[in-house]
Design a protein around this ligand. Structure first.
Ligand SMILES: C[S@@+](CC[C@H](N)C(=O)[O-])C[C@H]1O[C@@H](n2cnc3c(N)ncnc32)[C@H](O)[C@@H]1O
Ligand code: SF4
Length: 392
């Protein structure tokens, strides 16, 4: 049985950012004791164990929301439950996402003592005005302090940045000078970020997600983001700077020094099983030889009540069809710098038509080296389009 990862979702944040569409809820809504949370997480872990009991747990990922708001005792208790069920591998990678506002050094140390080995900090920007525009409640200085502490304390410390951020002036027709100034500003910010010697960085281009404040503002003409050409140029500059600093991309948005990939996400992107625990968490489990997708209730109180009453908060556990499994494998694989091995996919029941691969290669969107297919630099910006042509 292949290695297993476990994702634990903590759904609360002190403030909800105007661009974020994750399953997040204001922390002031959390009136539940940690004992009750522990009971709910434990019940769902036991349920998942009943379905997929084999294989040691190689990675755990506490994501959110803002899991740095969790009490270290709760984190330790969840890890103890995982260890008692599947067993945690000796060198397990245990990641936790943190917000600089809830990451003072003693708290980070307590999380380390609870078992966290890898911290991923949501910095978003290293300029105070940009942080304000993103609706963040911390300064660049506070984010930097939190990151320096994380570097001292954890085996791996990573930070997230968002680029291609809203433009300060609303102009849909960006001039060459504006483009140059935007590129230079990002180059300077990223260079300063790289000077902190991170082992890992997640660099996301801002996405305007439906049902967010930013999306509404953009629809009303009150917010503009860089146009496609500018976004592509920002992406190129990002790749060049990170490569030169020894942190090449191993996935579209993820960069790492050798030996510091996020093992949890890397395994998922290669199709490994993972258990999704907590409100709104998704999972992928091989049951009786077939990949299944689990989906949990998003509302924390509904999820918790379901866990306590039925032993789990999943409202859906569905077997993936061959087409769904194929789409997922190709979509994840093309986001990886390693690309996808055609033979590997074929063994998983996913056949890619040679004629379609050739056509996409001719259009400059895919590259092929023997058995391996990779998205070209231009193709990486058009993954959805490629999938559409490859799989339909
Ligand atoms: C769960 S959060 C990280 C931890 C913590 N909640 C925080 O924000 O500090 C995951 C990351 O997703 C990224 N993100 C969220 N919404 C995004 C969007 N609309 N576009 C690009 N990146 C986004 C941010 O970089 C964020 O740090
Ligand atoms: S970006 Fe992070 S802090 Fe902001 S709402 Fe999303 S999960 Fe919460």
């Amino acid at each position: 049985m292949p290695a297993l990862g476990i994702y634990i979702h903590w759904p609360f944040c002190r403030a909800i950012c105007p661009y974020c569409d994750f399953n997040v809820h204001g922390a002031h809504h959390n009136q539940t004791s940690d004992d009750d949370w522990r009971r709910a997480y434990r019940a769902e872990l036991q349920h998942a164990y009943g379905l997929r009991p084999t294989g040691k747990v190689e990675t755990v990922f506490f994501g959110g929301g803002t899991p740095s708001l969790m009490a270290p005792d709760l984190v330790a208790a969840i890890l103890a439950d995982i260890d008692a069920l599947w067993g945690l591998a000796d060198n397990a990678e245990i990641s936790l996402e943190a917000n600089p506002v809830s990451a003072p050094r003693p708290h980070l140390q307590a999380l380390r003592d609870a078992g966290i080995t890898r911290l991923s900090l949501g910095v978003q920007a290293f300029h105070d005005d940009a942080l304000k525009a993103l609706g963040r409640t911390h300064s660049a200085g506070e984010a930097k302090q939190a990151f320096l502490a994380a570097q001292d304390i954890f085996d791996t410390a990573s930070f997230d940045l968002i680029y291609a951020r809203p433009l300060s002036a609303i102009s849909t027709n960006q001039s060459a000078q504006e483009m140059e100034a935007g590129l230079a500003a990002w180059q300077e910010e990223l260079s300063a970020a790289l000077a902190l010697s991170p082992q890992h960085m997640s660099l996301y281009q801002l996405t305007l997600e439906p049902d967010t404040v930013f999306y509404q503002r953009a629809a009303q003409g009150r917010l503009a983001v860089p146009h496609e050409e500018m976004a592509a140029a920002l992406y190129e500059v990002t790749q060049d700077l990170c490569m030169a600093a020894g942190l090449p991309a191993y996935e579209i948005s993820n960069h790492a020094m050798a030996g510091h990939y996020c093992r949890h996400n890397f395994a998922i992107w290669h199709g490994a099983d993972y258990v999704g625990i907590g409100p709104g968490a998704h999972g992928r489990l091989t049951i009786n030889g077939q990949k299944h997708a689990s989906m949990a209730h998003k509302q924390p109180h509904i999820w918790r009540a379901a866990c306590l009453e039925n032993g789990h908060g999943w409202h859906n556990l569905t077997a993936l069809s061959a087409q769904e499994a194929a789409e997922e494998a190709v979509m994840l694989g093309l986001r990886l710098s390693d690309g996808i091995a055609v033979q590997d996919l074929a063994q998983r029941g996913v056949a890619l038509a040679a004629s379609k691969l050739d056509a996409l290669k001719q259009d400059g969107l895919l590259m092929r080296r023997d058995d391996v297919v990779q998205a070209s630099p231009r193709g990486r910006l058009l993954i959805d389009y490629i999938i559409g042509r490859l799989l339909v």
